[in-house]
Design a protein. Structure first.
Length: 143
């Protein structure tokens, strides 16, 4: 189990969301890998913030499905949110077909199944609002 610095964590969530938002608005098909990486980091940090807020620690894993559906199972995600988390998890830090450095190289056969930025921001807002610091959601999403 790991402990967490609250200020670093919420700023990190906002920074990664902001980076993913910028990439979505101004990026190209060649920037899908970095966008997915930023989205995954934002979601991972939000889930770990939620766990830290509840128990003072969290499990050191990058598996978004395990964090969301096992460790944070009391959060209720819509079908669209659940599908988005699963799609993001298949490519965030653990895509067996494309190891981490290769996901930034474009290929003619690579199909990205990701989560829309809007759905991701709804998920993160829901997670943060379920903590003892719900007003942080506004600050995080405004970055």
């Amino acid at each position: 189990m790991r402990t967490l610095n609250v200020e670093i964590n919420w700023k990190g969530i906002g920074d990664y969301l902001s980076a993913a938002r910028t990439i979505e608005q101004h990026g190209t098909s060649n920037t899908s890998g970095p966008k997915i990486h930023c989205q995954g980091l934002a979601l991972e940090l939000a889930l770990k913030f939620y766990l830290w807020n509840r128990a003072g620690s969290y499990i050191g894993t990058h598996d978004l499905e395990f964090l969301a559906f096992d460790q944070c199972r009391n959060l209720e995600f819509t079908d669209e949110e659940t599908e988005g988390i699963k799609n993001l998890n298949t490519q965030y830090l653990r895509d067996e077909e494309f190891p981490f450095p290769a996901r930034y190289r474009p290929t003619s056969t690579r199909v990205f199944l990701s989560i829309s930025q809007h759905v991701l921001e709804n998920v993160i807002s829901k997670i943060i609002q379920s903590t003892s610091q719900p007003k942080l959601a506004e600050r995080i999403l405004a970055r």
